[in-house]
Design a protein around this ligand. Structure first.
Ligand code: ADP
Ligand code: MG
Length: 478
C-alpha cells in the first residue's frame, strides 16, 4: 500500500470500476480522468469540466468512495481539479472563435453521434444546427409598451452581447398570450443576424423533455449511457439556448437534472440562456431548489397585460402588415373590448379580416361589434371559495385533504386562516358559509381567522408577502 503513487492508485481503481460499470459509461466518465497527486490518502484527479465533476458526484459517488477506500485505505479522500478548457472564460469573440476551432474535431464527432437529433442538418460537415426560429417573431414585429419594456430592453441588450451581460439567464415570465415566445424568439433572431457564427437554439421545454426521455429510454434499454452523455454534450455546444415554458419541467426529475448540468456548463462558459415561464421563479412548484436559485442569477422580467394604447398600437401594426385598412373606430373598439391578452387581440383582428373577406363586406363598426359580441368573453371569472382553497393549497404545497383535515399543525392552520380571510375579502359569501366550505367551521372561527390574519399582516413581513402573492394570483387570472 505504501508504494502507491497517484498513477498506480488510480490504475487500481480503474481496474475495479471497469468490472462494475458498463463499458460505454466507463469510457465516457472514467477514462478521461487523469490522476494528479496522492498525498496522505488524498487522491487528486483532474476532470474536464465542472459538469463532469457534478455528473460523477451525482451518479458515481458511492462507487468512487468505495473503490478508493479499497485501494487507498479507510482515510481515502478525493479532490477534483476541474480543468477549465483554455479560453472558456475569455470574453473576446475573436479569442473565443479560436477556442472553437481547436475543439472543432470533437464537436463534429459529438454532433454526428447524436443520432435522431432533429436539429442537425444532415450532410454538412460543419456543425450546423437549425435554430428553430420563426422570422415572424422578430423585434421589428414586437410592439413596445409599458407591459413589456423591461423584458424587451434586456432582450435587445443581450442580443448585442450574448452571454457577456448581467442578464444571464434572462427569465421572462407572464400569463398566456402576453408575448413570451415572441420576445424569446426575437432575441434569437437578432443574435443570429448579428453573429451568424453563433449556435442559437430555441426549444420548447416539452420538446427538450421528450428528447431527454428518448435518450434515457435508449440508454436504459441498450445499457448504453452514451446516449445521455451525447444528449448532454449536444446541448453543451449551444452558444445561445432559449428554453420556452420551463414550468413544464415541474416534477420531471430526470429532465431537471439534465437541464441543471447543461445550465451550469453553459453559464460557466459564458453562453447565453433565455428562459420563459408562466410564473415567476418563486412560484414555480415542482422544480428543484437548485434550479430555481439559478433562474434568479440573472434578470427576471415580467410581461404584463398591455394597456389600451399598446393594444391599439399592436392592432395598427398587425393590420398594416396584413395590408388591410381598418377604420380608426373599429380598431379602437377592438382595443377597448379585448383586454385579456395579445393572442386573443390578434385572433379577433384576424377573424374580423377573414369575416369581411369571405362575406365581401367592408370592415365597419357594426360588423366589428357583432363579431366582438360573439367571441369576446370579458366577464370577469368569479372567484370561488373552491378556487381560493386550491390556490392557497398550491402556494403552500399542501393537499386539499391536509387542508380540510382536523390537524392543528401550524402551517395547515395558517393556510386555512388565509383562505378564510381571502374568501371574506374577495367573495360575497357569508362567514358561516365560508366556514362550512372550508373544513366545516363555524362563523366565529372564520371571524377569528380574519382577525388573526389582519394582525399578522400588520406585524409579519413575510406573512404579508404570502397573502399578497396569493391574492395577486387569484386576481390576475381575471
Ligand atoms: P406567450 O408565449 O406569452 O403565450 P406569444 O409570444 O405566443 O405569447 O404571443 C401571442 C401572440 O401575440 C403572438 O402571435 C405574438 O406575435 C403576439 N404578440 C405578443 N406580444 C406582442 C407584441 N408586443 N407586439 C406584437 N405582437 C405581439
Ligand atoms: Mg409561449
Amino acid at each position: 500500500m505504501n508504494d502507491l503513487n497517484h498513477t498506480s492508485a488510480w490504475k487500481n481503481c480503474l481496474l475495479i470500476i471497469k468490472d462494475i460499470v458498463p463499458a460505454s459509461s466507463f469510457e465516457t466518465w472514467f477514462a478521461p480522468i487523469k490522476p494528479v497527486s496522492l498525498e496522505d490518502s488524498v487522491l487528486t484527479i483532474e476532470v474536464p469540466s465542472d459538469f463532469f465533476r457534478e455528473y460523477l458526484e451525482e451518479h458515481y459517488i458511492d462507487l468512487l468512495s468505495g473503490v478508493l477506500r479499497r485501494v487507498i485505505g479507510p482515510k481515502a479522500n478525493l479532490i477534483y481539479n476541474v480543468k477549465i478548457v483554455e479560453g472558456a472564460f475569455v470574453r473576446e469573440r475573436q479569442q473565443k472563435r479560436t477556442t472553437y476551432s481547436n475543439n472543432e474535431v470533437s464537436q463534429v464527432k459529438v454532433a454526428n453521434n447524436y443520432e435522431g437529433n432533429p436539429y442537425l442538418i444532415p450532410g454538412l460537415k460543419r456543425l450546423n444546427i437549425d435554430p428553430q426560429l420563426n422570422p415572424q417573431y422578430s423585434f421589428s414585429n414586437f410592439i413596445e409598451g409599458e407591459c413589456n419594456r423591461l423584458g424587451r430592453a434586456a432582450g435587445i441588450s443581450i442580443a448585442k452581447n450574448p452571454g457577456k451581460n448581467t442578464f444571464n439567464p434572462l427569465f421572462l415570465y407572464g400569463g398566456p398570450g402576453l408575448g413570451k415566445t415572441h420576445l424569446a424568439q426575437a432575441i434569437g433572431i437578432e443574435i443570429k443576424e448579428k453573429f451568424p457564427e453563433l449556435i442559437v437554439l430555441y426549444v420548447n421545454a416539452n420538446v427538450f423533455q421528450n428528447q431527454y426521455m428518448a435518450a434515457a429510454f435508449s440508454a436504459k434499454n441498450n445499457n448504453d449511457s452514451n446516449k445521455i452523455a451525447d444528449f448532454l454534450r449536444f446541448y453543451q455546444l449551444i452558444d445561445v439556448l432559449i428554453i420556452d415554458d420551463v414550468q413544464e419541467f415541474a416534477d420531471k426529475k430526470g429532465t431537471q437534472s439534465a437541464f441543471f448540468h447543461i445550465f451550469n456548463y453553459l453559464h460557466q462558459s459564458g453562453k447565453q440562456l433565455v428562459l420563459t415561464s408562466d410564473k415567476p421563479p418563486v412560484e414555480l412548484q415542482g422544480l428543484e431548489h437548485r434550479l430555481l436559485s439559478r433562474f434568479k442569477w440573472g434578470l427576471s422580467a415580467e410581461l404584463l397585460p398591455p394597456s389600451y394604447e399598446t393594444r391599439l398600437a399592436i392592432l395598427k401594426a398587425k393590420s398594416e402588415r396584413e395590408g388591410v385598412e381598418i377604420p380608426e373606430d373599429v380598431l379602437s373598439l377592438l382595443a377597448h373590448r379585448v383586454k385579456s391578452n395579445i393572442r386573443e387581440l390578434e385572433g379577433t383582428l384576424f377573424s374580423l379580416i377573414a369575416n369581411a373577406t369571405f362575406t365581401k363586406k367592408n370592415i365597419t363598426l357594426s360588423l366589428a361589434q357583432d363579431l366582438v359580441e360573439k367571441i369576446v368573453t370579458d366577464h370577469p371569472v368569479e372567484i370561488s371559495i373552491n378556487r381560493i382553497q386550491n390556490t392557497v393549497c398550491n402556494y403552500f404545497s399542501i393537499t386539499s385533504e391536509q387542508f380540510l383535515s382536523k390537524t392543528r399543525k401550524r402551517e395547515i392552520v395558517q393556510a386555512r386562516q388565509i383562505a378564510m380571510y381571502l374568501s371574506r375579502n374577495l367573495t360575497k359569501t357569508s362567514l358561516s358559509s365560508i366556514g362550512s366550505q372550508l373544513g366545516g367551521k363555524d362563523h366565529a372561527t372564520v371571524l377569528h381567522a380574519c382577525n388573526t390574519v389582519c394582525d399578522l399582516i400588520d406585524t409579519d413581513r413575510s406573512f404579508r408577502q404570502f397573502v399578497s402573492d396569493i391574492e395577486k394570483q387569484l386576481v390576475s387570472v381575471n
